[in-house]
Design a protein around this ligand. Sequence first.
Ligand code: NAP
Length: 316
Amino acid sequence: MADKKIIAVVGATGAQGGGLVQAILDDPDGPFRVRALTRDPHGEKGKQLASRGAEVVRADLDDPGSLRPAFRGAHGAFCVTNYWEHFSPEKELSQATNLAEAAKAEGLKHVVWSTLEDTRRWVPLDDDRMPTLMGAYKVPHFDAKGEADLAFASRGVPTTFLLTSFYWDNLIHFGMGPKPGPDGKLAFTLPMGDKKLPGIAAGDIGRCAYGIFMRGSAYAGKTVGIAGAHLTGAKMAASLEKALGREVVYNAVTPEVYRGFGFPGADDLGNMFQFKHDFEREFCGARKLDESRALYPALQNFDTWLAANKARIPLE
Ligand code: NAP
């Protein structure tokens, strides 16, 4: 145990980090052991992680003083921020910067930073195809992550920039599953027209990160995009119909209509889907299916994910 290299996992109690924790625990003969970071080591999830064999330590991304000891002695770290907890791109950038500073100060050999595109590189703020949000962003929960890439790169932290994809779990937890329309038929709403949406099982992101740590620091400095499938809304509806045994129609609304849905973050997500629609070739091209599967050979596709999770999708 003592000769194993420590991977410090931010977001260990969450979807992405949780997948990596599980991958490390599932490979007891592998080269790594896991240090799970959480704000609340004595909470239910923290205690559960400890009972499964993880070292659990307290760390808060808003408290730089807590990050250095949490990274001390580690070989690597998985770094993720949770935009949806505060809806502030500035806070997300500041948290990522705290992570990069701690990683540099503690001399980590390999960091995997869970990032997304800074969409302003493709859609400058004066491009009025979509509204500018919060005065400085097109897709706030993407842009700050992409901007934060530089926090790692400029400090010389050996970082793999991991471009993630839409979680299929959003159909369970984010209210994005099919809903009955006035005619009783289930409608799957997505503003993607006939373009393909790269998607993934959220837990598989951490599994792919494990594959990156296994490949070692040769992956430092690289950008790696992952997805379990690239699917149109029509294809997703067809898979849902087959899995649920009920008719599901694809409801391809416009991004403008989606932005107007009014739930918190609807404008951000409307812009996000429009970006994925308008830049389908680049966005899918950055997330290669064969490379993703090479990192984690048991990577789920939408049908295998549905087979395991269909009963968890709320249909009301
Ligand atoms: P999650 O399951 O919602 O859990 C959030 C995790 O972040 C928890 O483990 C939490 O730890 C940790 N965390 C949050 N604030 C923290 C802080 N101040 N200090 C320390 N830990 C903190 O998270 P997730 O889904 O794995 O990741 C969220 C990110 O994924 C978001 O930024 C989102 O934009 C991105 N993303 C989402 C999708 C999607 O389709 N939904 C796709 C790609 C990327 P504790 O509570 O235990 O401290």
